[in-house]
Design a protein around this ligand. Structure first.
Ligand SMILES: NC(=O)c1ccc[n+]([C@@H]2O[C@H](COP(=O)([O-])OP(=O)(O)OC[C@H]3O[C@@H](n4cnc5c(N)ncnc54)[C@H](O)[C@@H]3O)[C@@H](O)[C@H]2O)c1
Length: 317
């Protein structure tokens, strides 16, 4: 099949390109390198089935040869206020990639009669009043709050995706992606796992906010690309929105201890009080629907996922 992946030079997109090429598909990676980088797909360029297009998805994309599948992943994704690559800094680009960009790609899907997947996020649930969140929960999002440039743009992206399913007869679905980790994550993101790995590898103190008993559930990238692929290719997925992520909770302290152990780092772990105000106590995906519809659940153990991630960053930091 001929598959177009927007955001293909980013973290999740580059792994998805790799997986689909391994499965002998032809892959067109569309990316304007706003937060991704060409290095992420450099190793794919010798593959005759791979094409890279430097293009901004908010502009119409003219492709004459038939496209069968579109994965729309292009969007800044980092929530870190201090990063120049975050959706706060790139607010307008984030809003446009998920709204205008989604519209352009849905029009392309309609023209080619291609199947379409929109990469949405668990952030559509906002500051949830219900735990864990099922797909039927409509969320608690401020339309004008600081995170709204991302959350509301993703929500409208979903709206467009389902409008084209209902009214324009396009075979669409949306994935609500929860925290994912692995090689090629943005270091600038300063997400918990990246912080722990960089601190451990440099031998500096591993800092935990709060008492370390708050829990996180992280999905390893290979499990995520498998889920995205199933959501596209499995039957009865048209018109569905599905949570994809891990429901395997670990405390933040456990993550830090495991990173320290695997790296063999002399770093000490320091707990700092108090927990930042917007740091949730618990974050876990309800993946009952993915289990039923896609026979999917993450299978990579935390130890294996961390070993692969650490080995990638060991060569780069
Ligand atoms: N990583 C996660 O844990 C996570 C969680 C929830 C949702 N998501 C969603 O998954 C998708 C991929 O996220 P990621 O973590 O790989 O982020 P990423 O920043 O690594 O990748 C996004 C890619 O999109 C490209 N891009 C951005 N705007 C573009 C535009 N206008 N035109 C063309 N390309 C553009 C970037 O250059 C980058 O390569 C995003 O839509 C994100 O919102 C990710």
């Amino acid at each position: 099949m001929r598959i177009l992946i927007t955001g293909g030079a980013g973290f999740i997109g580059s792994h998805l390109c790799e997986k689909l090429l391994q499965e002998k598909h032809r892959v067109i990676c569309v990316d304007n390198l706003l937060t991704g980088c060409e290095k992420n797909v450099a190793h794919l360029k010798e593959n005759g089935n791979f094409t890279f297009l430097n293009h901004d998805v908010i502009q119409p994309l003219k492709i004459t040869d038939k496209i069968d599948i579109i994965f729309h992943l292009a969007s800044p994704a980092s929530p870190n206020h201090h990063s120049k690559l975050s959706y706060h800094t790139l607010a307008m680009e984030t809003m446009m990639a998920n709204t205008q960009g989604t519209l352009e790609l849905l029009k392309l899907a309609k023209k080619h009669q291609a199947k379409f997947l929109f990469a949405s996020t668990s952030e559509v649930y906002g500051d949830p009043k219900v735990h864990p969140q099922k797909e039927t929960y409509n969320g608690n999002v401020s339309p004008i709050g600081p995170r709204s440039v991302y959350d509301e743009a993703k929500r409208f992206g979903e709206t467009l995706t389902f409008h084209f399913f209902r009214k324009e007869n396009v075979d669409t679905r949306a994935a609500r992606i929860f925290n994912t980790y692995g090689p090629r994550m943005l270091v600038e993101d300063k997400r918990m796992i990246i912080n722990f790995i960089t601190e451990a590898l440099s031998g500096s103190t591993i800092t935990i906010y709060g008492d370390g008993r708050q829990t996180r559930s992280l999905c390893y990238i290979d499990d995520m690309t498998e889920a995205l692929s199933r959501l596209m290719f499995y039957p009865k997925t048209a018109g569905e929105v599905v949570n994809l992520g891990s429901n395997n909770e670990h405390t933040v302290l456990e993550y830090a201890q495991m990173v320290k152990e695997i790296t063999g780092s002399p770093s000490t772990i320091r707990l700092t009080e108090p927990l930042p105000k917007d740091d949730p106590e618990k974050r876990r995906a309800d993946i009952t629907k993915a289990q039923q519809l896609l026979s999917w659940k993450p299978t990579t153990t935390l130890e294996t996922g961390l070993k692969k991630t650490i080995s990638y960053f060991q060569k780069r930091i």
